[in-house]
Design a protein around this ligand. Structure first.
Ligand code: 1HE
Length: 260
């Protein structure tokens, strides 16, 4: 299947994996309002057979952030509503029906980093660089970056990126937590798809718990978190699929944990 909701975003499926690609390379995949709307629609309406998704970018760069050419005419109220529109779209990625892997290369800057931060796993190739140039443009993040990025790297590093224009290369980005995987140039999409295929093989309830419950637990006070954990733990292990998976291991039919 191959369909699009906007010419600057492509949607393809590979079995039970969806691959969503920003296709505006001439503008470095700058995120226009129609692209944000298309991402929302895609993640809000993923077909039921899709078990995991990948977001990638066409051309030399993953994404140059907000389309700055759309910024000039907004007043304060419109600016706030615009930011809320990004929030709603990226919520459908972070808290949608499946885990999402970002395949990064080249520029992952501004709103591009905010988009990547809404995904569950980030794979960077060695050409990747991360920056938050909003500071030098006289603006602030508006796509949820101030909530999500400190959770990856801490508020101090995010403030440094915005105050000083500091750019993290791929290796430094992986070291501080902007990406969880670092792969050779040109390999991030393949690696992301391979991870998505692995994720798609998990029990659906476990994936649901990781997308919807883990981030909530991490925001709860510890005693609430332990209680929520016990509830989701009981629910996941009661599923027939979990019982069969444990039985398969005990009978020597399941994959073992391998040394990394
Ligand atoms: C753009 C954008 C954009 C490129 N909006 N048009 N983001 C930024 O401040 C990053 C701005 N972009 C850059 O710093 C560079 O473009 C890159 C490092 C990403 C790539 O450099 P390069 O040399 O490969 O490309 P280029 O020549 O700078 O750009 C090619 C074209 O893309 C050019 O247009 P052209 O018509 O002159 O060919 C650029 O103007 C255009 N372009 N980036 C619009 N961002 C929810 S709040 C989020 C807040 C933000 O994200 S603020 C934006 C942060």
């Amino acid at each position: 299947m191959n369909s699009t909701t906007h010419p600057d975003v492509s949607f393809e499926t590979k079995g039970d994996i969806a691959v969503v690609t920003l296709c505006r390379p001439a503008k470095r995949n700058a995120l226009s309002d129609p692209i944000i709307a298309a991402l929302r629609t895609i993640f809000e309406t993923l077909p039921e057979n899709i078990k995991a998704a990948v977001i990638a970018g066409e051309g030399e760069h993953f994404c140059a952030g907000l389309d700055l050419s759309e910024l000039s005419e907004r007043d304060a109220g419109q600016g706030m509503r615009h930011s809320r529109m990004w929030h709603a779209a990226l919520e459908h990625i972070q808290f949608g029906s499946v885990p999402v892997v970002a395949a990064l290369h080249g520029a992952v800057v501004g709103g591009g980093l905010e988009l990547a931060a809404a995904c569950h796993i980030r794979v960077a190739d060695e050409t990747t660089f991360f920056a938050l140039p909003e500071g030098s443009r006289g603006i602030f993040v508006g796509g949820g970056g101030s909530v999500r990025i400190p959770k990856l790297i801490g508020a101090a590093r995010m403030a440094d990126m915005m105050l000083t224009g500091r750019v993290y290369d791929a290796a430094a980005g992986e070291r501080v937590g902007l990406a969880q995987y670092l792969v050779p140039p040109g390999k991030s999409l393949d690696h992301a798809v391979a991870l998505a295929e692995k994720i798609a093989g998990n029990a659906p309830l476990t994936n649901y718990a990781l997308v919807h419950v883990l981030p909530r637990i991490s925001e709860q006070p510890a005693d609430h978190g332990y209680l929520t954990e016990s509830l989701i733990s009981g629910i996941t292990q009661s599923a027939p699929e979990a019982k069969e998976r444990v039985r398969a291991f005990l009978q020597g039919r399941a994959e073992k944990v391998q040394r990394g």
